[in-house]
Each structure stands twice: as structure tokens, then as C-alpha cells.
Design a protein around this ligand. Structure first.
Ligand code: MG
Ligand code: NI
Length: 474
């Protein structure tokens, strides 16, 4: 009889989900599916609410990436106000967005995935975690904790509190940056550079030991999507959409956010709550594309900062076109951490960053607003329609994890077929199937708008009983 192997829950990812692998009579893998198991209709919850509540409401859709939703949502609201926000406000929003990307990438790389690199994918699963890393490579574990803290402290210093800062608002931000806080953040920059460079230094030579994973972790041709600035460089906050194909040809460029729906459509499958976005012109599922760190590094013409450009060229040097293996999301994440530190420093050294003018006030002046930004996991789209009173009549969100849904499913199928060959199912093989998902670092919390119950809560406790770090997952 055909059988189904279930991995439930998938560990070391953000949110609750499961993988099912379908096997025929002969033990041959026929299908693999990535399911999300919870759902709340957040788009529906928006309806009837005043548009200006959207940023803080949307931030509450996800306890993992609230800052990313604040940014995209506030940008959509700026459009409803029909204002151009003050330059200092845009720069401050950029800083908090970068801080979120850094802390999220640090969590993904160090806490969730570094056990696979530093201990091995076949290592004892009971110790294949950050505690194991702390024993085997204390420096890497400490670096991970410090890197994450760097991003979190910047978010706290700007937004006032760690979770759901209400500091980013329609029209700009709530409060200007003080000289004192600028100095405090700048003082943290040198250590952040050290950690980012030190981590790349051990990670890069280790890549060659993962040839098999590189070949089998969602390694196939797809398009890639990300925002780029007017020079085609990386832009996490604004710009136009660029699609490139698997050979590196630009399929669409500088697409204004307002025209996203001419390129992106969403398909539905009966076995999961998550939709499957695809590029309209190519149809479903041929219009498959990937977003996120790897996609961003594949679509850009340059990173736009010197240290990250060096690291980016090292990653791209062997490839004639885009890097197709999703294993390299990890490498891309490290390069983006470095880029984020450079960009934060550059923004803080701009004298305009201390301007008192950080918010434009207006009434609603448009019936529609679209905000697109790059979240840690990829392109994030918030689209609202409002009535004459500014009440939301309809909302559409396309979140980063959604864009990658087709590729994640195809990726676990590829890995399952390779590693679950025959009837021999090993823990190491199952871990590799899960590791494909971890490479994408999906946020199931915001892709399913899950209610946010903590199924897992890991605290790293120091010798004196103090909590060094804590990771919570729904
Ligand atoms: Mg949607
Ligand atoms: Ni999220």
C-alpha cells in the first residue's frame, strides 16, 4: 500500500507546520507537501477598521516579523494620505527595517540553522541545537546571540519596545532620533562588523563540504523577484520590482508597486491554507519564482556598499547567472547582515538623520494604497482599499513566505526523492528534508496569521541563571 510519512511539527522554523511525504508500494517518493496547519483570516479582520490603525494592527498579525508589517503597512497608508514623508522619516524607517532584517537573519542562521553546519545534519537530534553549538563552537553561538541583540536593541531604541513598536506611523515616524541614541547605536557598529566578517570567514570555506545538499536543496530553475533602486542596486525599503529568470535575464524591471497585480497572481490548492503566487505571464505553476535573501542577491546589479559588494562577488563568482540552489539562502543571509550594518552606519552618519521633521499630517486623500518593502524573508505587499471615511473596505496581503510556497514544495519533493531513496528512512534524511524548508526560513506565523500560541519556548540560561537568549515558536 502507498504510505505517507509525516514530519509534524517541522522543527527549527518560525511557526507551526508539517511536511507530508507520499511514498508508493516500492518505497519511491511520489509527492511531498508542506502544510500550514493554522489559519486566521486577517485580511477580513481589516475590513471596517480605520486605515490609520492598519500599521499597528498588521504588526500584530505576526509576532515574528512585526516591524516588516509596520513598514509595508505604513507605506500603503502614506499613499492613502497622498503624502511624501519627510526625508529623515524615510531614513529612520530604513534603519528599523534593516535592524529587523539583521535580527531575523541572525535568528535563522545562528539559532535555527547553524547546528546543521557546525554539528552536521546527521548529528544527534537531541543535541542538534544552539546548546550543542555552544559546546562545539562557543564563539559562533555567542556571535549569534550578539548579532541578534544588535538588531533588537536598535529596534528598541527607535521603537521604544521590543515587540510591536508603534513608532512607525502613516506619514512618517512618531519621534525624531536623539543625538544620544545615534551615538549609542554607532558605538555598537564595530562589533557588528566583526561578527559578520568572522562568520563569513568560517562559513564560506565550509560550503564545499555541502556539495550534496547544494545539489538537492531546492536547486532548480525559477525566476527571482526583489525590489531594486533606480540603479538596480539592493533596496530593502523602496524601489521597483525586478524579476529575473534562471539565466539572469531581466523579465520585468522597475515595475512600480502600483502595478504588482499585473505581474503576480495567486493560485489556491485544496490541501493547504497558503496560496501559491506565480508570475501571471508564465501561468501556474510555470510562473514559479523565489523571493528573499537569495533572490535579492540574484536580481541586483550591485549591493551598493563596499564590504557587502566584496562578499557578494565571492558568492556569485562561480555562477554565470543566478545561484539556483536554495542552500545558498544561508550565505545570502550572512551577506545581507553585513550589508545591513553598512547601511545602518551610513544612514546614521547622515546629518539629516537628526532632523525634527519626521511626520507629514494629512487626511485620507486616496481610496487605495499599496506598500511594498523587502522583509527578511522577501518581498512584502500590503494593499488596502478605503471608503470616503477612510475605513478599510478590502485588504490584500502577499507575504514573503507565500511567494516561496511553490519553490518550498518543489524543494522538499526534490530532497525527499534524493534522500528517501528506497525504504531506508534515516533521521538524517528526514532532517535534510526539513532543512530545505529552513533554508527558506518561512514565517508561518504571518503566512497563516496564526493565533500565536507558543508550542516551543527555548531559553538559553547562563551559569548564573540569567537568560542569555530566548527563542519562541508558535
Ligand atoms: Mg492575500
Ligand atoms: Ni511573519
Amino acid at each position: 500500500m502507498p504510505r505517507t510519512i509525516t514530519i509534524d511539527p517541522v522543527t527549527r522554523i518560525e511557526g507551526h507546520s508539517k511536511i507530508t511525504i507520499h511514498v508508493d508500494d516500492h518505497g519511491v517518493v511520489t509527492d511531498a507537501r508542506f502544510h500550514t496547519t493554522q489559519f486566521r483570516g486577517f485580511e477580513k479582520l481589516c475590513e471596517g477598521r480605520p486605515f490609520y490603525e492598519m500599521p499597528s494592527l498588521m504588526a500584530r498579525t505576526c509576532g515574528i516579523c512585526p516591524v516588516s508589517h509596520l513598514i509595508a503597512s505604513s507605506k500603503a497608508c502614506d499613499q492613502i494620505l497622498a503624502v511624501k514623508i519627510p526625508p529623515a522619516a524615510e531614513k529612520l524607517r530604513r534603519i528599523i527595517n534593516l535592524a529587523q532584517i539583521i535580527q531575523s537573519h541572525a535568528l535563522s542562521f545562528f539559532h535555527l540553522s547553524s547546528p546543521d553546519f557546525l554539528l552536521g545534519l546527521d548529528f544527534d537530534p537531541a543535541r542538534r541545537n544552539l546548546f550543542g553549538v555552544l559546546e562545539a563552537n562557543p564563539q559562533a553561538a555567542r556571535d549569534g546571540i550578539a548579532m541578534r541583540k544588535f538588531g533588537q536593541r536598535i529596534i528598541e531604541m527607535l521603537g521604544g519596545k521590543r515587540i510591536h513598536p508603534a513608532w512607525v506611523v502613516p506619514g512618517g515616524v512618531n519621534e525624531p532620533l536623539t543625538e544620544e541614541r545615534r551615538t549609542a547605536i554607532l558605538a555598537m557598529i564595530p562589533e557588528a562588523y566583526e561578527i559578520a566578517e568572522r562568520t563569513l570567514a568560517w562559513f564560506e570555506p565550509m560550503v564545499e563540504h555541502h556539495r550534496e545538499e547544494i545539489l538537492t536543496f531546492a536547486n532548480f530553475p525559477t525566476m527571482f523577484l526583489a525590489l531594486v533602486n533606480d540603479r538596480g542596486q539592493l533596496d530593502f525599503y523602496d524601489g521597483g520590482l525586478r524579476f529575473v529568470d534562471a539565466a539572469g535575464n531581466i523579465v520585468a524591471d522597475h515595475v512600480p508597486p502600483a502595478e504588482y497585480a499585473e505581474h503576480i497572481a495567486e493560485a489556491v490548492e485544496p490541501w493547504t491554507f497558503m496560496k501559491f503566487p506565480y508570475h501571471q505571464a508564465f501561468g501556474y505553476p510555470q510562473g514559479i519564482y523565489r523571493v528573499g535573501p537569495l533572490a535579492r542577491l540574484n536580481v541586483i546589479s550591485a549591493m551598493g556598499t563596499p564590504r557587502a559588494d566584496d562578499a557578494w562577488r565571492r558568492m556569485m563568482q562561480d555562477e554565470r547567472g543566478p545561484v539556483l540552489s536554495s542552500f545558498h539562502y544561508h550565505w545570502a543571509r550572512l551577506i545581507e547582515i553585513l550589508a545591513g550594518v553598512e547601511r545602518i552606519e551610513r544612514l546614521l552618519r547622515d546629518p539629516e538623520i537628526l532632523s525634527r521633521h519626521v511626520r507629514a499630517h494629512a487626511e485620507p486623500n486616496r481610496h487605495e494604497g499599496i506598500g511594498i518593502s523587502e522583509a527578511p524573508r522577501g518581498t512584502l505587499i500590503h494593499h488596502y482599499w478605503v471608503d470616503d471615511e477612510g475605513l478599510v473596505t478590502r485588504a490584500n496581503l502577499i507575504i514573503a513566505t507565500g511567494h516561496n510556497n511553490l519553490a518550498m514544495n518543489r524543494g522538499i519533493l526534490q530532497a525527499a526523492k534524493h534522500y528517501l531513496d528506497g525504504r531506508k528512512i534515516t533521521e538524517g534524511a528526514l532532517n535534510r528534508v526539513e532543512a530545505v524548508i529552513r533554508a527558506f526560513d518561512p514565517c508561518l506565523s504571518c503566512s497563516t496569521h496564526a493565533a500565536g500560541q507558543m508550542a516551543l519556548d527555548v531559553s538559553l540560561v547562563g551559569p548564573g541563571g540569567e537568560i542569555i537568549d530566548r527563542v519562541q515558536r508558535d
